[in-house]
Design a protein around this ligand. Sequence first.
Ligand code: SF4
Length: 215
Amino acid sequence: MKQIKVQINGKAISGHEGMTILEAADQGGIHIPTLCHRPELTPSGVCRVCVVEVKGAPRLVASCHTPISEGMVIVTNSQPVMEARRAVVELLLTGHTGSCVVDSEAHSCELHKLAAELEVGQPRFQVKKPRFYPVEEANKSVRRDMSKCILCGRCVRACRQIAKKDILAIAYRGFATKVVVDCDGSLNKNECIDCGVCIDFCPTSALNKPAKGVL
Ligand code: SF4
């Protein structure tokens, strides 16, 4: 495989063809925060938390799905990068904070951990009408609380790529965008093999095991 040399934060790092900036940084011991990305899944670049500067590029790029090229000069911690990451997390927190704070599973919320890591405080923005969906507990293995969903798409990719099922999808547009089952039906269907993969990959508590005694 062709070797590629890049510079990340002034450090020379050797990678190979096909490697992403995120992978090269990781190999060089440089941490880039991520949210929609998991190494086991195909990168989607949807959340923009992992943005970095690439010298000569007109805008910040998502490191999880941008391949390295010979001589690339990358900066992962400049002021524009940090400001962009914080803005993304602040926007995601808007409308997410309330429901998570009162949830016993909030300790497992990667968004809140990321907010702490990036020193993002209470969001300055306000939503006129919070996204609200009733909690769905029709499935004996998965409790769905889509009000807490940040639309990272990890569950959709994990169901397809890890569980080898294709039960979930992202549907609608804009404010109405939502993770759905079929034509926005319930998860109470035979195709769901109750593997729990979608729960494992959900960074918030939007997907969780049902509370004891519910079913
Ligand atoms: S349910 Fe969880 S994994 Fe799926 S898109 Fe929402 S936050 Fe991401």
